[in-house]
Write a protein that binds this ligand. Structure first.
Ligand code: UD1
Ligand code: CA
Length: 471
């Protein structure tokens, strides 16, 4: 019979040392929150072990907020996810007691204990814990430990006689014990029945007045499995550690992308959210900021200092430096920028050209449309191959409401034209430069709407100031 496993994920702490308004596990990290990273690894572990878990997340500080945020994981995991309320945060052992109050959590053979503030843990590493315990069934459980040159803040592993271990917390440690560099990662795999039995014996007679889960390991037959690396176990307690976790995760992602054939010019200056997807053959230049659920397709080039959030950039597009794109869809082979701004709801079909200082909002531009310079296109649909000249403006707002502009295909609009919406302009129209258009235009029409020019010979002198080189 295969064994049953529970996971206790501790996430009730306030995160005082982090000094943020949000609960610690909801600290922002690469476009998602700190705790999402451990959930991703739990999902991986499910796949790796072909198992599902009795998963209990212990929530406490701003419990409703944490719980609401984590609801999304219910549909993304095979495991049965429940929340366990820890009203007062009396320590990690107390958090475990809250977890065990749920009868479902007593029905498992082993419980894996994880903290919500260790975003670098990997499923591979957790898998080692399972394998190790499988090989040593006489053990009551395992502590994952690692070596670090900066043990400050971590519980120190005391290796005692008869292969026994104990953990001494920073606050309780003697000067000698503080020198120990093997530390507790906060990851444990323990026989559930013994966990329930031993956790009740833990008291809070220590410097913090907290129930330390680490006191559990003095009872029973436990050992510490020393892992080689230390990076994976980084606990995020302050903003410096949050920044360090971000750097390490970003490096992991960059390395992966490079291996897949993405060109990244300068990983030091790149800002890349965790969910961003970049396809093979894309090129990303210095200082790019790629956020949210952005996808960059094959062969696209993202120039220096571009900001792209929640957008789809099609194959072979070129986004020139300093462009700002948010919630837009760009089909293949478009050229955008430099200094373009594409706002939410914009959809560009293939081969569209958006030039410098052009703003587009909530508009659909069909194949081959060109808006090359200094324009505003809002609430518009523009048919294929149409050209909107320099300084073109859709006057879409009357002070109260937004109105639509429709422009057909193969229409040419000269420089410095305005169209006053709502308005419909047909296919293959020609609008002369400098026109303000407020009447609909049938397909094939020519429109000019500007005042007549008068030329008055020699009159300029009247208006010009005297020139310095004149007597
Ligand atoms: C803990 C360990 C320490 C270990 C370190 C690894 C204890 C007593 N100490 O210290 O040995 O080296 O992790 O990172 O366990 N939490 C609750 N309820 C509480 C208190 C904490 O749910 O009442 C949660 C926190 O949200 C956090 C986790 O437990 O996710 C660990 O708590 P934290 O305060 O960060 O413990 P450390 O001081 O890091
Ligand atoms: Ca911690």
């Amino acid at each position: 019979m295969t064994k049953k496993y529970g996971i206790a994920l501790l996430a009730a702490g306030k995160g005082t040392r982090l000094k943020l308004d949000c609960p610690k596990v909801l600290a922002p990290l690469l476009g998602q929150n700190l705790i999402d990273f451990i959930f991703e690894q739990i999902a991986q572990l499910e796949k790796k072990l072909k198992l599902n878990f009795q998963l209990g997340v212990v929530v406490g500080h701003k419990a409703a907020e944490v719980q609401a945020y984590l609801e999304k994981w219910k549909s993304q995991l095979d495991s049965h996810l429940q929340f366990c309320l820890q009203d007062q945060q009396l320590g990690t052992a107390h958090a475990l007691q809250c977890f065990l109050q749920d009868k479902d959590h007593l029905k498992t053979d082993y419980t894996l204990i994880l903290c919500g503030d260790t975003p670098l843990l990997t499923a591979d590493l957790l898998n080692v814990m399972f394998e190790r315990l499988e090989q040593a069934p006489q053990l009551d459980g395992l502590i994952a430990s690692f070596q670090t040159a900066q043990p400050h803040g971590y519980g120190r592993i005391l290796r005692l006689a008869d292969h026994k271990v104990a953990i001494v917390e920073e606050k309780e440690a003697s000067e000698e014990q503080k020198k120990i560099t093997e530390v507790n990662s906060g990851v444990y795999l323990v026989k559930t029945a013994l966990l329930e039995k031993f956790v009740k014996n833990i008291n809070n007679k220590n410097q913090s007045g907290e129930y330390y889960l680490t006191d559990l390991f003095e009872q029973g037959n436990f050992t510490a499995h020393l892992f080689e690396g230390s990076e994976e176990f980084l606990g995020v307690n302050d903003q410096q550690q949050l920044q360090l976790a971000r750097k390490i995760l970003l490096n992991r992602k960059v390395q992966q992308l490079r291996e897949q054939g993405v060109y990244i010019e300068d990983s030091d200056s790149l800002s890349l959210d965790w969910q961003v997807r970049i396809e093979k053959g894309a090129q990303i230049y210095s200082q790019a900021v790629l956020k949210g659920k952005t996808v960059i397709a094959q062969g696209a080039r993202i120039g220096e200092n571009c900001y792209i959030a929640d957008s789809l950039i099609g194959q072979d597009c070129e986004i020139l430096p300093f462009s700002h794109l948010q919630q837009v869809q760009v089909a293949a082979s478009c050229t955008i920028g430099p200094y373009a701004r594409l706002r939410p709801g914009t959809q560009l079909e293939s081969k569209v050209k958006i030039g410098n200082f052009v703003e587009v909002k909530k508009s659909h531009l069909h194949q081959g449309v060109k808006v090359s310079h200094l324009s505003y296109v809002g609430d518009a649909e523009v048919g294929e191959q149409s050209n909107l000249g320099c300084g073109f403006i859709t006057c879409n707002y009357d002070g109260q409401q937004k109105h639509q502009t429709q422009i057909g295909k193969k229409t040419f609009i000269g420089s410095d034209c305005q169209v006053i919406a709502p308005i419909k302009i047909g296919d293959s129209c020609f609008i002369a430069a400098g026109s303000t258009i407020n009447k609909n235009l049938e397909s094939g029409s020519f429109a000019i709407a500007r005042s007549q020019q008068e030329n008055k010979k020699g009159l300029a002198a009247k208006f010009l100031p005297p020139r310095a080189d004149q007597d």
